[in-house]
Design a protein around this ligand. Structure first.
Ligand code: KIV
Length: 264
């Protein structure tokens, strides 16, 4: 069944857990969709795990558009959410609406924006323009230089209150869901109970309405760093390395191509 923005909201009402993984290419999109994932996030994490940047800051609108087109071509049922890169929505409302609209033209059905209260006027403008918005609060990697690193957020009374206020403001502005990244479990539980839109957790514990992880992390394809909240479901890097070594050996030994691989 096709997943839509309203069906994501209904899942919260039915207390049905929501599943989301990042996805950056067509072949993987086909597999994730077939497996029954609810949402595929064309995350700006592509900048790190796909492009090899040090962080997500260099990612451009064109790069997310490229990945969004590829993922959308592989999507049948899942909702595709495009992650708005750094500086694509901060400069002016006009530019932000245009950039977000381009994501929908490329095949996404919603966009994700990092930020809380400070982006709510824009979120409302997007909502009124027909562009569904997923918020993202807590650890917002595009603000790594302000936050001073990739740290758990909302640990003090002041930051806890700020996060609750942001979650409420995003809901009022028309966001259809909100990612909570690296937030203590107790706080993400509280936010999940306070707001009516679904919370999607990453490093936010067990009580959010849904979970999201980076696909390369759960498959063991990215060996750069491994945060505590990641669960590796398979260790693919050594499997791929072994297959590539076998190929190299067979080519060198003249075993590949074999009889069944040649045209006559
Ligand atoms: O870019 C990304 O992958 C994300 C998720 C980790 C939430 O924003």
């Amino acid at each position: 069944m096709k997943i839509t923005v309203p069906s994501i909201l209904e899942k919260k009402q039915r207390k049905e857990k929501i599943t989301m993984l990042t996805c950056y290419d067509y072949s993987t999109a086909l597999i994730l969709d077939r497996a029954g994932i609810d949402m595929m996030l064309v995350g700006d994490s592509a900048g790190v795990v796909f492009s090899g940047y040090e962080n997500t800051l260099p990612v451009s609108v064109d790069e997310i558009l490229y990945h969004t087109r590829a993922v959308s071509r592989g999507r049948k049922n899942a909702l595709v959410v495009a992650d708005m890169p750094f500086l694509s929505y901060q400069v002016s409302v006009e530019e932000a609406v245009k950039n977000c609209g381009l994501m929908l033209k490329a095949g996404a059905e919603a966009v994700k924006l990092e930020g809380g209260v400070e982006i709510c006027d824009l979120v409302n403008k997007l909502f009124l323009s027909g562009i569904p918005v997923m918020g993202h609060i807590g650890l917002t990697p595009q603000s790594v230089n302000v936050l001073g690193g990739y740290k758990v957020q909302g640990k003090t009374e002041e930051t806890r209150k700020k996060l609750i206020e942001s979650a409420r403001a995003l809901e009022s502005a028309g966001a259809f869901s909100v990612v909570l990244e690296c937030v203590p479990e107790e706080l993400s539980k509280e936010i999940t109970e306070i707001i009516d839109i679904p919370t999607i957790g990453i490093g936010a514990g067990r009580f959010t309405d849904g979970q999201v992880l980076v696909i390369n992390d759960i498959l063991g394809l990215f060996e750069g760093f491994r945060p505590k909240f990641v669960k590796r479901y398979i260790d693919l890097a050594p499997v791929i390395e072994k297959a590539v070594k076998d190929y190299i050996d067979e080519v060198k030994e003249g075993k590949f191509p074999a009889e069944e691989n040649i045209f006559k």
